[in-house]
Design a protein around this ligand. Structure first.
Ligand SMILES: [Zn+2]
Ligand SMILES: [Zn+2]
Length: 155
């Protein structure tokens, strides 16, 4: 009994539970970003992001708790202002894409990352041993058409 991918939904919430997202259908992409801004923002060795089209993502609750920080000229990042959880990456050149911090999703979401990006900035104490493709910064060659306009700057 397989559930149709198009109907499958996954739920994401911050640590305190104030902000809740629901994402419906198969994601566009899932990457692991090693840029220094992701390291800082997540307080971790990398930033894991699951990409969805805007229409696939609903904020179920917590609009008043999502704070947005402009981390560069081309992107912003959001977090829960009550518990500090990382929530989303907002890329201004792709306003129809939602880059969701993978750690907010609950349980086994049935998704695996596709590749590592910005490996040139990887932190020294972490080794990549999962065999996934790695790119120094960012390349668009193997990405879907919907996200063909991609950043060349550090994310
Ligand atoms: Zn919270
Ligand atoms: Zn990054």
């Amino acid at each position: 009994m397989e559930e149709d991918d198009a109907q499958k939904s996954i739920r994401g919430a911050c640590l305190c539970g104030a902000v809740v997202f629901e994402c419906v259908g198969a994601p566009v992409h899932f990457n692991l970003c090693h840029c220094t801004m992701c390291q800082k923002f997540h307080g971790a060795m990398l930033g894991p992001y699951v990409w969805f089209k805007a229409a696939q993502v609903t904020m179920v609750q917590g609009h008043d708790y999502e704070s947005i920080y402009d981390s560069s000229q081309w992107a912003s990042r959001s977090f829960c202002r009550r518990c500090g959880s990382s929530l989303r990456y907002i890329y201004h050149k792709e306003p129809d894409m939602r880059f969701m911090a993978a750690g907010i999703f609950e349980g086994d979401i049935g998704l695996k990352p596709v590749r590592h990006i910005f490996v040139k900035d990887k932190c020294a104490w972490f080794e990549i041993e999962d065999g996934l493709p790695q790119v120094a910064a960012w390349v668009q060659s193997d990405l879907p058409e919907a996200i063909a306009n991609t950043p060349t700057e550090d994310s």
